[in-house]
Design a protein around this ligand. Sequence first.
Ligand code: SOE
Length: 377
Amino acid sequence: MKPLNIGLVGYGFMGRTHSNAYRQVSNFFPLEYRPVLKAVSGRDAAKVKAFADNWGYESIETDWRKLIARKDIDVIDIATPNNLHAEIAIAAAQAGKMVLCEKPLAMNTPEALKMVEAVEKAKVPNMVWYNYRRVPAVALAKQLIDEGKLGKIFHYRAKFLQDWTINADVPQGGAGTWRLDVNVAGSGVTGDLLAHCIDTALWLNGGIDKVTAMTETFVKERKHSETGKMEKVGIDDASAFLARFKNGSLATFESTRYARGHKALYTLEINGENASLAWDLHDLHRLQMFDHADKGYVRGWRSIHVTDGDQPYMKHWWVPGLQIGYEESFVHQVADFIQGLSSGKPANPTFRDGLETDKVTDAVLKSARTGQWESCQ
Ligand code: SOE
């Protein structure tokens, strides 16, 4: 295996998921390249050093520009808050590095477009970390849809529910809670959670034509971690929208951080003329399927335990019946990225694919403001 030198920027929750994936991937997937944890960058030297020691990075930087300038780095992996994605990605592409970027690609569509132009101009491999595409049960749904098992699609529905910001004392800004600061996150649940639902939907069901949306900010002011002052909250706490897909199907999407009892409930369902599929992140190794082609007396929802060697990704893991989980979706994404380098067929979602999700989230936020249907073009 040839080395693929990784330079990670950011060391929060996503920095951990990515680092874990780089460490595991070569043990399970036969690949041409083996990720090497060369360096991690973050502003706080002590914290970044502790992270590097824990995960096995060879070195640290406290300025991402220095990381990008290093000759021994092949891939810049951006796991920072959203407001830094564009600047880092564009600089990395201009330096000829491969670029991986945490979702959502950017703060908004114009910024995302600049990122796409930068990686395409530099012709550097690129990918956005929409990990839920890589859950085997979701990949199996994609396979069944592509095989035509569902026939014409009528409906798509997805939701992503959490409850961690109900308490008005949760601050905005700072480590962990930057997701509540609109200047850092770009938006609230629309960009953070619905972006996942939209990415999977675009992959499974094709493009979205137009949307009509409503959003709400339930807690209007929160203390800002950096200023210590109560400040207006600019993010959407809840977001729901109707969509019309280009294939004629209708959809509903809903997300909130105010659904008491739900921690990370991402569910999706797709209804076609011949069959329906449903998936639930809390039971992520199962795909529910109703196939109208089954004989009437046994027809019913079946629960497919996606753990067998002939199901997506699973031959690389344990033996049939033994499950994998959330972390492995990131391992699969690294494996696919590296396979894409070898085959010359880039792994998705590329930055260009990620741009399509940003177009939809922008249309959702615009529609919530205007009260009109908005185009996603
Ligand atoms: C928010 O709580 C969050 O961590 C998102 O930022 C992730 O993208 C999602 O997968 C889980 O929830």
